[in-house]
Design a protein around this ligand. Structure first.
Ligand code: GCB
Length: 599
């Protein structure tokens, strides 16, 4: 009887359990900041990989078994499986995997010899989308979200000598995931960014924030968080070039807050000054390069270091130039941001998910302001608390990694989401969370809901406008509706007196295809569209910047027209082979004019 009851109970539980239970136990611990300055063991390279469409591996691939004798049946083998390179997406490494969505098991063996630092963490720059990590047969944890870094402590599981790291990666789309089922980019699967073992002392500086007080140009405020102690410890914060030498004491949670005056040379696109900053506890020191600048909103203006700035930007995906696939290297970042600079930009929108840390670091050095966003995109499972928790976790991880970068001025909570009450509650919660995590930056969103308030009048009226600091507008006049010339007469209104960024406009063109300005897919059509759009945006009220769509052509499963798209969104100003289309030069000329006018 008891047993039947148990069986019935289990059946009810099984029915109530969704196909992909969320990672509840063993979630990663808070992110270790600035791993580039840590002692690390590089775990990139060739990993053995088993493509496992039916999820056989759930039965125990993490054990990495081998037959013990002639008669032993083991129906998988990492040793005999081909390799995939890490970092890298699997789609562009093997032709059969281009359209693959599902689980792949990765294995990396490495030798480890305990060194001075007693604690070690496995750190992943990003794994798309869901991952479960095992070390030497023990589960270290799980992570969901394809573009955020995470780390799992490995200290007690690491062995002297040979170690086996196994990761199950699954990029299957789900209605309750972030992003959900439909999005206009390739769902590149795999371990797409660097993997390393990060070694730290028992008590170490896990994270810190060293920023100007909002609105002040000569006062620094922030905090430092130690990991591994509940006793007070002294921390020394130094910015030698600015003569800063401060000592603070942590509390029983390892945290210390600080605020002090400093005389600083401010960071700006024209002068991307970075200071060497160090934080030292009894056993640990971390060094960083930090720029100091303020960013605020005043009426319809965005103020950088107290002065209005016009954001001459472009949107971009993290797609590799020349070779396709997910971009990951510093060279990729250099090429892409080099084109952004050539366009005359002082601003770039990293769409539609957090980009690689090396891109943000480069933006810091090059003097490019950054719009950073999480993949809350199109329609999602707005009423599902697990979806909200997932989006919040991605936002938290994005902010955790980049909150000391002067380049980043906006956290964007969403892109083109449909207007309904559940979505407003969801996005308001994200905006609130972002403000609590980081009070020094502005909140925005790319919205596309407008009211036709007259034959040639559009009003930006999405209620989300109330929530954000800066309004983002995606509009495709002349592409998804109307002709490019319609822009000439269009008038725009806003329901809020807040700065407006036209976060997208554009049209598709195949590089090298020429024709009349009214012939779709030609460079001339795209160029004509840009000319009319640029005329229109200049007349828009509260315009504080723009990030047209998009820097480079990119792969998308929703773009099917043979001979034209071939699974590519062709709205790039540059082709994926680096060729510049006519509209590139039109935008470049426009930005040059603005820069000459002092904008
Ligand atoms: C949008 C989306 C972007 C698409 C673009 C397009 O509004 O935000 O992700 O790729 O339009 O090309 O349609």
């Amino acid at each position: 009887m008891k047993c039947c009851f148990l069986v019935a109970l289990l059946a009810v539980w099984a029915n109530a359990t969704p196909a992909f239970p969320p990672p509840a136990a063993a979630t990663p611990s808070p992110l270790i900041a600035n791993v580039a300055d840590r002692t690390t063991v590089n775990l990139n390279g060739a990993w053995r990989a088993i493509v496992d469409p039916f999820e056989n591996g759930k039965a125990g691939f993490f054990r990495d078994e081998k037959p013990r004798g002639k008669g032993d049946r083991v129906e998988y083998s990492f040793d005999l499986s081909p390799v995939l390179n890490v970092p890298g997406d699997w789609n562009t490494q093997r032709e059969q995997l281009m359209f693959y969505e599902g689980p792949v098991w990765y294995r990396r063996e490495f030798d480890y010899h305990k060194r001075a630092n007693p604690r070690a963490w496995v750190y992943f720059g990003a794994v798309n989308y869901q991952s479960t990590v095992y070390l030497n047969g023990e589960k270290l944890g799980e992570h969901e979200g394809g573009f955020t870094a995470f780390n799992l402590e490995a200290t007690s599981v690491l062995r002297e000598g040979k170690n086996v790291l196994i990761v199950e990666v699954n990029n299957a789309r789900r209605a309750d995931a972030v992003p959900a089922l439909k999005f206009d980019w390739w769902s590149y699967g795999g371990i797409t960014r660097d993997v390393m073992l990060v070694e730290v002392p028992s008590v170490f500086v896990q994270d810190y924030s060293v920023q100007l007080v909002p609105g002040s140009e000569n006062e620094i405020a922030g905090w430092v968080q130690l990991n591994g102690t509940q006793s007070p410890e002294k921390i020394t914060l130094e910015v030698p070039e600015a003569g800063v030498h401060q000592t603070i004491t942590t509390d029983g949670t390892g945290r210390a807050n600080f605020r002090f005056a400093a005389k600083l040379d401010l960071w700006s696109p024209a002068h991307p000054k970075l200071y060497a900053v160090s934080l030292s506890s009894a056993a640990d020191t971390i060094h960083d390069q930090i720029g100091f600048r303020t960013i605020e909103v005043q009426g319809s203006n965005i103020l950088l270091n107290g002065k209005p700035i016009f954001l001459r930007g472009i949107s971009m995906h993290e797609e590799a130039p020349f070779r396709e696939g997910r971009a990951f290297s510093p060279e990729d970042a250099q090429t892409l941001l080099g084109w952004v600079k050539d366009l005359g930009c002082n601003f770039v929108r990293f769409a539609h998910y957090p980009h690689n840390e090396n891109e943000i670091r480069l933006a810091d050095r090059m003097g490019l302001l950054v719009w950073s966003e999480i993949p809350v995109y199109w329609d999602m499972d707005w009423s599902n608390p697990r979806t909200l928790a997932n989006a919040e976790a991605q936002l938290r991880d994005e902010i955790a990694r980049d909150h000391n970068r002067a380049a980043v001025i906006f956290w964007s909570v969403s892109n083109e989401t449909p207007v309904n009450p559940e979505r407003l509650t969801f996005l308001s919660q994200l905006a609130k969370a972002a403000r609590e995590l980081d009070s020094t930056r502005l909140i925005t969103s790319a919205m596309n809901h407008v009211d036709n308030t007259g034959p040639e009048v559009r009003t930006i009226s999405d209620p989300l406008g109330e929530v954000v600091d800066v309004l983002g507008l995606n509009e495709y006049l002349g592409w998804y509706g109307g002709r490019p010339e319609d822009a000439d007469k269009m008038q725009w209104k806003l329901n809020w007196n807040k700065p407006l960024i036209v976060s997208e406009f554009g049209g598709g063109a195949v590089y090298g295809r020429h024709g009349d300005a009214d012939e779709i897919w030609t460079e001339e059509y795209q160029d004509n569209l840009f000319q009319h759009q640029l005329g229109m945006v200049e007349r828009m009220p509260n315009l504080a910047g723009l990030t047209p769509w998009v820097l480079m052509d990119f792969r998308s499963p929703t773009r099917l027209l043979p001979g034209v798209q071939d699974y590519h969104n062709r709205k790039g100003l540059v082709s994926n082979r680096g060729q510049r289309k006519l509209a590139f030069y039109t935008l470049q000329k426009f930005y040059k004019k603005l820069a000459e006018e002092g904008k």
